[in-house]
Design a protein around this ligand. Structure first.
Ligand SMILES: [Cu+2]
Length: 459
């Protein structure tokens, strides 16, 4: 008898079988690396170019039977968001470095010039290639010394979401921003057409308050949590037209795993470290953990609205000033904090009512943080303060976007009657069922502050 469960297992087995066959074929073919036979035989299907949030795709040229790219490892000045800059290392002027984009079967030739003060190398994370092209300095190749240029050359035997990063003095070089995405499209085209294809890398930085150079020695306590080396509110929104099929490709080269949560839809996880999964292996989720060194592809059909997309670890959606501060929630600190700050410049504690107070005080200029340091939470939405930082952005889906339009369409105009609204200002309103309450009376009302406005943006 065929039950739903049987069908599911069969499709999973078929999926795993497919993966196994593919890996066997790649392994068999690996012995002979030739100049792109597949590329010559079958012209690639057209694809939608990947869109790197806040980033860019490296141009290439065709030369001597290969697509040629040129990466330059170098120090750069990088802005995480207005108000916080740092000396970072990256490729071709940016962190992350530019996205490399090619098609399964392509022969690629990648020059790497080292303009750093120490040796480096580039590892192509997740790719089938000859061992000597794998980029582990000392193991698979000599170090690329300062001023030298090396060339890597191999044929792309797979498609999927991949990454590149140094494999030399890794702790330092990755901590200060050296990484990038390597996107390979399937030669035969997508089984289901993708209308928008986004990619980004997750990372963490120890840019301590008041400093300008990320600290590579930190292992767990970071100050900034980034998507493509930017924090909210500087992370660009993901934009789509209603009904479009959207793919978000995520890589993680930070020191923590990140449960990435998308509001408004259940997405399918359609690929990972092993490339794109057969459809029988797709699973429906609203939060997907992207582990350290892993990649994940998420796919969904866009529904109109403004939808939050963020890491679900709440400390990863805050910026530098929210970490390691004294907890004095519930304590009346009227006047005290100012006195302490006269003795300890930059001192900041929790507010009496929580951290919202501080975003208000910062907005009013009553509080000034250390130089080059972002407030813990920030960002202004149509209804007031968004109170986020770090790994947070917005998916903006609209009915009337042009296919190739990736510009920020502004805030969503909600249809009339579809926005949560105030019905009372009395804390004793209604007859709610409550088990126990410590408070004898309602708390003193929180003072009104800018950024806590009660605007109404509904239609
Ligand atoms: Cu996270």
């Amino acid at each position: 008898m065929i039950t739903r469960r049987n069908l599911l297992s069969l499709s999973v087995i078929a999926g795993i079988g497919g993966l196994f066959e593919r890996n066997k074929a790649i392994a068999a073919d690996d012995a002979t690396i030739k100049a792109a036979p597949a590329a010559a035989a079958n012209p690639p299907a057209s694809y939608v170019p990947v869109h790197t949030l806040n980033g860019w795709t490296l141009p290439h040229r065709f030369h001597a039977g290969a697509k040629e790219f040129h990466l330059v490892a170098e120090e750069i000045e990088h802005e995480f968001a207005p108000g916080s800059k740092a000396k970072c290392w990256g490729y071709n002027g940016t962190t992350p470095g530019p996205t490399l984009e090619a098609v399964e079967g392509d022969r690629v030739r990648i020059f790497v010039t080292n303009r750093l003060g120490e040796p480096t190398s580039v590892h192509w994370h997740g790719l089938y290639l000859p061992s000597g092209m794998d980029g582990v300095s000392g193991l698979s190749q000599p170090h690329i010394k300062p001023g030298e240029t090396f060339v890597y050359e191999f044929t792309l035997k797979q498609h999927g979401t991949h990454m590149y990063h140094p494999h030399a003095d890794e702790m330092v070089q990755m901590a200060v921003g050296m990484m990038g995405m390597f996107i390979i499209h399937p030669r035969a085209g997508e089984p289901r057409q993708i209308d928008r294809d986004y990619c980004f890398l997750l990372h963490n930085w120890a840019l301590h308050p008041g400093t300008y150079r990320p600290d590579p020695s930190i292992m767990t306590e970071f100050d900034l949590w980034t998507m493509n080396s930017k924090v909210f509110p500087a992370i660009e929104p993901l934009v789509a037209r209603t009904g479009e099929r959207v793919r978000i490709r995520i890589g993680n080269l930070s020191m923590h795993e990140h449960p990435m949560h998308l509001h408004g839809v259940q997405f399918f996880v359609t690929g990972g470290d092993g490339g794109r999964w057969p459809e029988g292996l797709w699973r429906s989720e609203v939060t997907e953990v992207v582990g350290v060194g892993q990649m994940r592809d998420l796919e969904f059909v866009a529904i109109p609205g403004d939808w939050a997309f963020h890491c679900h670890k709440s400390h990863h959606t805050m910026n530098a000033m929210g970490h390691g501060i004294p907890n004095v929630v519930g304590v009346d600190q009227a006047g005290v904090e100012k006195d302490i700050r006269a003795l300890l410049p930059g001192y900041m504690a929790m507010g009496r009512y929580g951290m919202s107070e501080h975003s208000g005080h910062l907005a009013m200029g009553m509080l000034e943080g250390p130089p080059n340091t972002l407030p813990m939470m920030t960002g202004e939405g149509p209804f007031g303060a968004i109170e986020m930082g770090g790994m947070f952005t917005v998916l903006k889906v609209r009915d009337d976007l042009a296919r190739s339009d990736y510009r920020d369409p502004g805030w969503y105009v909600n249809p009339p009657g579809t926005v949560a609204r105030k019905v009372s200002t009395d804390p004793d309103f209604g007859t709610p069922v409550r088990r126990q309450s410590g408070a004898r009376s309602a708390p003193a009302p929180m003072p009104d502050m800018p950024g806590m406005s009660h605007g109404n943006h509904s239609g």
